[in-house]
Design a protein around this ligand. Structure first.
Ligand code: SF4
Length: 399
């Protein structure tokens, strides 16, 4: 089926005036003034990523094409548990009704920013989740909608799959008011997505019927605005995402925690952080989970060049934060590298200094805690506002 994009920008990666992709190699880095001396392996990744970027630009496969194939999932296949650290303190099941994602973020943690494959949606996913819910509701757990795709995007909205998944939860709670399942929705949706109707009911209408059992956590990135509009090609704007947050709050739906993801470190001046968190605070956000950009070297070569289109100094700094040999072991899954540890901890502390006076709390995932040696005194497992890890609200279980 053909999809109709709800968001998009006049300027995109294909028509950036005067932008010519290059090969990020030793001489490119030197010319830029990068001091770090990356390993051969790192250089090979940057070079490969540059070449792939050039090829995908020529083929028109950098960002998703709005086409969707419908498939069916095996109703007996297990629902995946979300616990990539192996030590997450919560039990969380994943809801992933789409393979690929139409938002098309070029830093996507799931695809490493590669959106060549066509999108596929599972038409029977609501039944699949409904069946699993019926079998597992006694134990305290969350459902994360969606860690591997965007929950509220064209493929789930225009097919009604998102609406039907929410209806499965509504049916479930009507049948089992004592259910220990809770719904955690982390999403880049704006107000337009929440107002999207299918068979006469909008996402917001359905949220209202789930309001004591769910939370809606907005997902927002810290980076220059023009850069964001290129590398999040089909995402709602920040203003629209804040409108979605307020719509939820006005309707009694818990929407007071944000995933701050990804954080582009060279952009983190005091002024930018104060402005960004001030905006969140004004929109009723009281908790945030920060997540620095993690990228494999192939992906970094693409992101760096687009950032450099706007600001060469930031591009230089971006590479400095990631490519030094002593940082090569600071990796998440699939070789995604995080910025060096000392800067990461420095910026977490700076964010906390800026957000404390705003009354905001912070929660972090176990992997970050372990990598950066963050103690429970600095950031408790469950913080004073009841949030933990990604921003799961522990008090949801009191309702
Ligand atoms: S919205 Fe999430 S899953 Fe979709 S492309 Fe962006 S980062 Fe990936």
């Amino acid at each position: 089926m053909e999809l109709e994009n709800l968001n998009g920008h006049e300027t995109n990666v294909y028509n950036l005036q005067g932008f010519t992709p290059e090969v990020v190699d030793e001489s490119y880095l030197k010319k830029l003034g990068v001091k770090a001396c990356p390993s051969d392996e790192t250089l090979a990744g940057l070079k490969k990523g540059s070449e792939l970027f050039i090829k995908r630009l020529a083929e028109g496969t950098v960002i998703p094409r709005p086409r969707l194939t419908m498939k069916e999932i095996d109703l007996d296949s297990p629902v995946e548990i979300h616990n990539y650290t192996g030590k997450c303190p919560t039990l969380t099941y994943e809801i992933n009704p789409v393979k690929g994602c139409n938002v098309g973020c070029m830093y996507c943690l799931v695809t490493d920013g590669v959106h060549e494959n066509e999108l596929e949606a599972y038409t029977n996913y609501p039944e699949y989740i409904g069946k699993f819910l019926e079998e597992h509701y006694a134990e305290q757990h969350y459902y994360y909608f969606s860690p591997k795709t965007e929950a509220l995007q064209e493929p789930t909205l225009q097919t009604g799959i998102a609406h039907r998944i929410l209806k499965e939860f509504i049916r479930h709670y009507e049948k089992h008011p004592d259910s220990r399942a809770r719904l955690f929705i982390a999403s880049k949706a704006g107000d337009r997505q929440l107002r999207y109707s299918f068979e006469g009911e909008s996402i917001l209408d359905l949220f209202v019927r789930l309001k004591d059992k769910m939370q809606f956590n907005t997902s927002v990135s810290i980076m220059p605005g023009e850069f964001r509009s290129i590398i999040e090609p089909y995402a709602a704007t920040l203003e629209e995402r804040m409108k979605a947050v307020r719509l939820c709050q006005e309707n009694g739906i818990m929407a007071n925690s944000a995933l701050i993801q990804p954080i582009v470190v060279p952009y983190l001046t005091t002024e930018h952080m104060t402005e960004f968190f001030g905006m969140l605070s004004e929109n009723g956000i009281v908790n945030y989970k920060p997540e620095f950009l993690t990228a494999c070297m192939e992906n970094l070569a693409m992101l760096g060049q687009i950032l450099g289109y706007y600001d060469k100094e930031m591009e230089k700094e971006l590479y400095e934060f990631y490519i030094a040999p002593e940082n090569a072991d600071h990796r998440k899954q699939r070789g995604r590298t995080a910025p060096n540890r000392s800067d990461s901890i420095h910026y977490i502390r700076r964010m906390m200094e800026i957000t404390e006076p705003m009354g905001m709390s912070i929660s972090i995932c176990y992997w970050v805690r372990q990598q950066l040696g963050i103690s429970e005194e600095m950031i408790p497992i469950i913080n004073r506002n009841g949030f933990q890890c990604l921003g799961y609200q522990s008090r949801l279980f009191a309702q």
